[in-house]
Design a protein around this ligand. Structure first.
Ligand code: RFL
Ligand code: PHB
Length: 392
């Protein structure tokens, strides 16, 4: 097999990149290690920045998103048993966010790709990327029981945090910056109507809690838990009691309870690999960086990476100039570090550290009160949450 851009990974980054390249008339092949069912069911993100929605719309992948996505005008911050609305359109000059599950984006992109897109192979696990420094890198992969190869002009690693692309960078050509946060999230999906119209980020007495949603009938909620937590120690009643305690306010408000259909624990990590390019191998999305989910930035960063890449490949295709590809790593990393900073700050402001003392407690409250008291501080949160502008 031979292609212009070999894409490893059929998550949101790889699938959207394939779609954007297809629109530009650039051929590519997507190799995905798992089955279609597996990637379509993997429960993850739900909050989309305006720029992410615009990108999906621009490549014709937003029919269902436009019909079913829930447009939110802001978020609620809860602390000290009080609620505070952060109004995004007012603070950002009209920007909003949209709730639409990552599982649904993946389903939409897979359907389009299989209908009229370039090849997307499931159960095709990339094993090695050979000669990334040369003009014709080769990806060796396992598919239908035998080893095969695809010869490429470029290879893009969209293979997530545990993929192989990042590890292909020879020793000494890259550097990782990492921070493990001292807590995890226990996430649940529940068949119950959301108890709110917009997302609630709560700093409760026992730690952080987040109320999100998937539809008018399905709620998605998260609880801060200690690292190493086993879901077996969290029967449904314990989860609902703890959520209710962390969201409690003095005003009249109750948390709707219902059957829990999924439970999982995710550790919280900040990680950035620099640079994002070695020869003709490029990294995008979780393959290159991870943020704690408090700022809802992971999926949105994956999308902004591949938008920059698609733009750069389009320039190369149209004019022969590799200038934007040469700038890709620097442009993407500038945005990645801003999202890393924002996610870290949101996380630190809302979670209770296991070693927290009364000084930390007062400092967190001062940060939250500054946001609710100052339009400038609230506008800074809103600008970051709804997404900073994309600058190639
Ligand atoms: P993915 O989604 O991990 O996809 C990578 C794909 O590569 C495949 N793969 C390989 N394929 C072939 N050969 C190999 N050798 C391969 N190795 C791996 C994998 O099977 C997989 O299909 O990475 P991508 O595309 O970069 O997308 C990133 C996002 O999935 C991730 O950043 C977000 O889910 C993060 N995230 C959130 N982001 C947001 O923007 N908003 C949110 O509200 C949000 N909430 C979340 C989140 C992540 C969470 N977890 C579980 C980490 C909430 C949670 C709980
Ligand atoms: C989600 O809906 O899964 C979600 C929303 C916002 C976040 C994290 C996760 O910050």
């Amino acid at each position: 097999m031979r292609t212009t851009v070999g894409i490893i990974g059929g998550g949101p980054a790889g699938l959207l990149l394939a779609r954007l390249l297809h629109h530009e008339g650039i051929d590519c092949v997507v190799l995905e290690a798992r089955t279609r069912e597996y990637v379509e069911q993997r429960q993850r993100a739900g909050m989309l920045e305006q720029g992410t929605v615009d990108a999906l719309r621009a490549c014709g992948a937003a029919d269902r998103l436009s019909a079913e996505g829930l447009v939110h005008q802001g978020i609620e911050l809860r602390f000290d048993r009080e609620r505070h609305h952060i109004d995004f359109p007012v603070l950002t000059g009209g920007r909003t966010v949209t709730i639409y599950a990552q599982t649904e984006i993946v389903k939409d992109l897979v359907a389009l790709q299989l209908a009229d897109g370039p090849p997307l192979l499931f159960q095709a696990e990339a094993l090695t990327i050979e000669k990334p420094e040369s003009a014709t890198p080769v990806v060796r992969f396992l598919h239908e029981g035998r080893e095969q190869t695809v010869h490429c002009d470029w290879v893009v690693g969209c293979d997530g945090f545990h993929g192989i692309a990042r590890d292909t960078f020879p020793a000494g050509t890259g550097r990782a910056y990492a921070h493990d946060h001292p807590y995890s999230w226990l996430g649940i999906l529940a068949d119950v109507a959301p108890s709110c119209d917009e997302l609630i980020y709560a700093r409760g007495a026992g730690g952080f809690a987040l109320h999100s949603m998937r539809s008018a009938q399905v709620s998605r909620l998260y609880l801060q838990v200690p690292n190493g937590t086993d879901t077996a120690d969290w029967p449904d009643d314990r989860i609902w009691d703890e959520l209710a305690a962390r969201f409690a306010i003095d005003a009249d408000w109750t948390l709707n309870r219902g059957p829990i259909t999924a439970k999982s624990v995710t550790p919280m990590r900040s990680y950035v690999h620099e640079p994002l390019r070695h020869g003709r191998l490029l990294l995008a999305g979780d393959a290159a960086h991870i943020v704690p989910p408090t700022g809802a930035k992971g999926l949105n960063l994956a999308v902004s990476d591949v938008r920059l890449l698609a733009h750069a490949f389009a320039e190369l295709h149209r004019t022969g100039s590799g200038q934007l590809l040469d700038r890709y790593s620097e442009s993407a990393l500038a945005r990645v570090w801003q999202a890393t900073r924002f996610s870290y700050d949101m996380t630190a402001m809302l979670h209770t550290r296991p070693d927290a003392d009364p000084f930390d407690d007062r400092l967190q409250l001062a940060r939250l009160r500054r946001i609710t008291a100052s339009r400038h501080a609230a506008a800074e949160l809103a600008a970051n949450y709804t997404g900073l502008p994309l600058e190639p």
